[in-house]
Design a protein around this ligand. Structure first.
Ligand code: ADP
Length: 709
């Protein structure tokens, strides 16, 4: 049987000992109450009638007990000495405690409020409450309390008191559901307030650092957790604990979390959605970074700031207690990460804009943005102002119009041209404040922004270019004139000087043949040899001059073998005079893409080899094939060339020999020029077989080698 089930007779008095000072109202109470009444409010008149306290009237007592027992509201009756006299069925059903569990208010207090603990303060509070209930002032306002039921559930109750003099009735209404809802609403309101304050901070944040630090602190306090951090994704892929709260100081700006799936952060970046840890110690998806274990973290939630394509970082929240993160928490964090990514991107765009503006300002060009319809100057970079000077600047400030800057063309005309093609370039003259005239090359581009049309004008100062152009023109003219002079000189050499020299040669040879006088013969041979040198110099100079002014030659397939042989034959006289042994290590044919002038290169190398060899020495002439080139090699066993001289002997008028050998230092420069025109190479090495030099040049092979075989 239910211990609160009403009993009859005296036994009932043990369960509910009540005394009445006013028994005269019994009849009235009989009329008012019947067993099974569902209306607790009707108890008040009963209390006033004090029928409850009438010990003598068993029927009334039974009625009252019956009413109390069946009331749909949990109820307890306590004495002013702290003894609990009665708890009804609803009380037992809802809270689970019977009168045996809680004979006194202190006992009840011990079991029903254990989360507060039996501190002196809380007992005092309870006694205060009881005192107030039984005080003459009768100040008994309703209160709300969180009570632990016998099944350990924590529930919210609304407590209302009715004073019966030395006893009091406490009605307990379970308001847990509405309280939970209210708490949820309050919590959501708190989150919304946090979102609003972070949003407000984001709008006016000059510094992203301040916003991030504000955010982590706000999020941690709103969710009631110890740790919150923003882990910034580094270019290398790891995450830096850049902003945080709750962590030891040294961690901030120092701890790097690897982008690995064993870390909560790395796992989140891979999952691309919020990752909640209920209990880190039983977590199986990842083991978690040592930072979490070092800080005794139990629960947590992480969320991406940005998305997989543009991930700024991870927002992470942790607590040392077990914590169930709700859908509301996730939504709240989602709102926060949205604010953060938008602010970060806005800052990046602003920074880029700032940089862009800075670059335009530092540009060497004058940059203007003009309203295409009105001609108003919307923007001018610093370069424009530096050209305008202070006066021009204030003039442009007063009249910010294109006509203030350029008179020759108006914005309407520019726009008309831009309607045909989106951009065009024109040249104009600009007079600065101090009357300096600048030549400008202006590029106009049309920029459409919705309905508005703008003209972007980028002007470049081409004053120096123009001056240089003029100088270049006059220089080109001078060059042309001097080239002409050179050509005339070359012609004079080849025709007007060479002819008389050839005449001298002819007559001298004739005289030499007929002369018998020794002294005259000696003088004639001096004239002949000097004249020979003169002719040689004139011929070489004339060849070089022609080659120098040539930019290309016309090539044909030429066999180098006969060319080489005939070149040696030309020097047969000198070869015999010096008793030289010229070895031809060639068989041929060697078809090259060449111009007949190449024979000059052969002649020069063979002539030098003869010139710089001592009597009776050997000269070897060979041709080797390498890939698509022929390499012509002339080896002598003469005096050789010192290493420092090797790079310069191919320059004009450069001579390595200090001895008596006759020469002007032009021959090798002619070889070099001829080979350059053949896009080949030329060089000199030491003779590997002892003293002497190896001169060589390369020339491209001809098209079809077989034709000549
Ligand atoms: P040059 O008319 O003086 O011979 P080159 O241009 O033909 O003019 O030669 C330049 C210099 O290179 C020469 O003065 C000489 O010192 C050096 N030289 C050229 N060929 C040889 C060689 N086969 N052996 C030694 N020295 C040489």
């Amino acid at each position: 049987m239910d211990p609160s089930e009403p009993k009859t007779g005296k036994a009932d008095a043990a369960t509910c000992h009540v005394e009445s000072e006013n028994s005269g109202s019994r009849a009235s109470s009989e009329n008012t109450f019947c067993i099974g009444s569902d209306h607790f409010s009707e108890l008040d008149p009963l209390m006033d009638l004090s029928a409850l306290t009438d010990e003598k009237n068993g029927i009334i007592e039974k009625t009252v007990i019956g009413v109390l027992y069946r009331l749909p509201v949990a109820m307890m009756i306590i004495e002013n000495n702290g003894k609990i006299r009665y708890v009804n069925r609803k009380f037992i059903n809802v809270l689970g405690y019977s009168l045996d569990d809680i004979p006194t208010t202190e006992e009840w207090f011990k079991v029903a409020f254990p989360q507060i603990g039996l501190s002196c303060e809380t007992i005092t509070q309870w006694h205060d409450l009881l005192n107030r209930m039984f005080s003459p002032a009768r100040d008994k306002e309703d209160i709300e309390l969180q009570i632990q039921c016998k099944n350990m559930d924590l529930r919210h109750f609304h407590l209302s008191f009715t004073d019966l003099g030395h006893m009091g009735v406490i009605a307990l209404q379970d308001i847990s559901v509405s309280k939970d809802l209210e708490n949820q609403v309050k919590y959501r309101e708190k989150q919304q307030a946090a979102v609003a304050s972070i949003g407000a901070q984001a709008i006016c944040a000059d510094d992203i650092d301040d916003l991030m630090q504000f955010t982590v602190e706000k999020v941690a306090s709103t969710l009631g957790v110890e740790f919150c951090s923003v882990l910034e994704k580094l270019p290398q892929g790891e995450f830096l604990l850049r902003w945080g709260t709750g962590w030891e100081d040294w961690c901030i700006g120092a701890v790097i979390i690897p982008d690995e799936s064993y870390t909560h952060t790395g796992y989140t970046a891979r999952e691309k959605e919020p990752v909640i840890i209920n209990d880190l110690f039983t977590e199986t998806r990842f083991k978690g970074h040592s930072l979490l274990h070092a800080h005794d973290v139990t629960s947590g939630i992480t969320m991406m700031i940005g998305n997989a394509e543009r991930l700024f970082g991870i927002l992470a929240v942790y607590s040392t207690n077990t914590r169930n993160f709700t859908e509301d928490d996730t939504l709240f964090l989602q709102e926060i990460t949205n604010i953060l990514i938008e602010t970060v991107e806005m800052h990046m765009t602003m920074r880029q804009l700032q940089l862009f503006r800075e670059l335009i300002n530092r540009s060497n060009d004058l940059v203007l943005i003009i309203d295409g319809v009105t001609g108003h100057v919307k923007y001018a970079n610093e370069k424009v102002f530096s050209y305008l000077g202070p006066q021009g600047y204030s003039r442009l400030q007063e009249e910010p119009h294109l006509s203030t800057l350029i008179q020759s063309v108006d914005h309407g005309q520019i726009l008309e041209r831009l309607n045909v093609s989106n951009a065009f370039t024109s040249e104009d003259v600009f007079t600065s404040h101090d009357n300096i005239i600048y030549d400008l090359e202006i590029n106009f581009t049309r920029v459409d922004d919705n309905e508005r049309k703008y003209i972007l004008a980028i002007a470049r100062d081409i004053t120096r270019k123009k001056t240089a152009e003029l100088e270049l023109k006059s220089y080109a003219q001078q060059l042309h004139d001097s080239n002409k002079m050179k050509d005339i000189f070359t012609d004079i050499i080849s025709h007007d000087l060479l002819n008389p020299a050839s005449n001298i040669k002819g007559f001298t040879e004739l005289l030499l043949e007929n002369e018998t006088d020794e002294q005259k013969l000696w003088m004639l041979s001096c004239i002949a040899s000097n004249n020979e040198k003169l002719i040689n110099i004139m011929e070489t100079t004339s060849i070089f001059s022609r080659l120098d002014s040539m930019s290309s030659l016309e090539f044909n397939d030429i066999d180098l073998l006969p060319l080489c042989k005939s070149s040696i034959e030309m020097f047969q006289h000198q070869i015999s005079q010096k008793g030289l042994d010229v070895v031809l290590e060639i068989e041929g044919p060697y078809i090259a893409k060449a111009h007949p002038v190449i024979q000059n290169a052969f002649c020069n190398l063979i002539s030098n080899a003869i010139k710089y060899s001592s009597n009776g020495e050997r000269i070897i002439v060979g041709i080797e094939g390498t890939n698509d080139m022929w390499k012509i090699i002339v080896t002598d066993f003469g005096e050789g060339i010192a290493d420092p001289k090797k790079p310069v002997i191919f320059d004009r008028f450069s001579r390595a020999t200090s001895g008596n050998t006759v020469g002007k230092g032009l021959g090798l420069s002619i070889v070099k020029r001829i080979i350059e025109l053949h896009t080949g190479n030329v060089g000199v090495d030491d003779n590997p077989c002892g003293k002497g030099s190896v001169f060589w040049f390369t020339v491209h092979k001809g098209m079809d080698q077989s034709v000549f075989q």
